[in-house]
Design a protein around this ligand. Structure first.
Ligand code: KIV
Length: 284
């Protein structure tokens, strides 16, 4: 059986100052490819609502949808540390609901951690889920599920006051049982301070080099997303171009009757066509 990366491996990496590479991914096929790389962590992010379903925010992601895609990712990458994003309204309604939904991700999709977008209002929820034995990643900084309240995202912790608040929030998350932090869109200096003062793996997105690891969404890494994304969304390929070219070549081959050729078609066994033709002829 393949060895699975666990929280102990991530803590080891942090201790040895080895950076953790994480990817947000939403499907079996991509997960299978990631499982053949040195990436240590996959998050099944609720950004799936945008990049898979085409909504303009993460809010429409539902529990059923997230559980379905998370279990697909687990089947594709049985060896990688797997985190599921708790979608909008899966934890905001109270401790019982939060625990039930976190438990679904563990029991039905095999995740090793759940991620909760957290303010001070959710400390009890984090404690309840963590006390039940489910590891929690507290997502602080920019929290996309709050889009309707704030209108548009801007960098976090850019003043001393904001920085002190974010640092205090991080401390409280850890004190309430968070086993990891994800810091989104915060000033690099502040993310580094948080990373140094806590003892859990800290994953950053758009929060500079000082975190224990980094995460980007798979479609950005592959260059599949089009249009200007956030400043930190670096692509390492141009699969959009290659994908459009492949689809177009296929369309041209179908339209010119070049595809399917003999190599891509099934054929009757030798001599069978002649027998069939005779049969058909005898019937008429
Ligand atoms: O939903 C998501 O994919 C995320 C990452 C961008 C961190 O939360």
């Amino acid at each position: 059986m393949e060895t699975k990366i666990t929280i102990a491996d991530l803590l080891d990496a942090r201790r040895k100052n080895q950076k953790i590479a994480a990817i947000s991914c939403y499907d079996y096929t991509t997960a299978r490819l990631i499982s053949q790389t040195d990436v240590q962590m996959i998050l099944v992010g609720d950004s799936a609502a945008q990049v898979v379903l085409g909504f303009d925010s993460t809010l429409p992601a539902t529990m059923d949808f997230m559980v379905t895609i998370t279990s697909a990712v687990r089947r594709g990458a049985p060896n990688i540390f797997l985190v599921a994003d708790m979608p909008f309204l899966s934890y905001q309604l109270g401790k019982t609901e939060a625990l039930k939904n976190a438990g679904r991700f563990v029991a039905e999709a095999g995740v090793q951690m759940v991620k909760i977008e957290a303010t001070g209002a959710y400390l009890d929820i984090i404690k309840t889920v963590s006390d039940a034995g489910i590891a929690v990643m507290a997502h602080i900084g920019i929290r996309p599920q709050s889009i309707s309240k704030i209108g548009r995202f801007k960098a976090e912790a850019t003043t001393a006051q904001m920085a002190a608040e974010l640092i205090s929030l991080a401390d409280q998350m850890i004190a309430h049982g968070a086993g990891s932090l994800l810091i989104e869109g915060a000033a690099e200096e502040v993310a580094e301070i948080i990373t140094k003062r806590c003892e859990v793996p800290v994953i950053g997105i758009g929060s500079g080099k000082g975190c224990d690891g980094q995460i980007l969404i798979a479609p950005d890494i592959l260059g599949l997303t089009q249009g200007p994304g956030p400043k930190f969304a670096k692509s390492y390929g141009n699969l959009a171009k290659q994908t459009i070219e492949a689809f177009n070549t296929y369309a041209k081959e179908v339209q010119s009757n070049k595809y399917p050729d003999a190599e891509h078609s099934y054929h009757m066994k030798s001599g069978e066509l002649e027998i069939l033709q005779k049969l058909l002829k005898d019937k008429t």
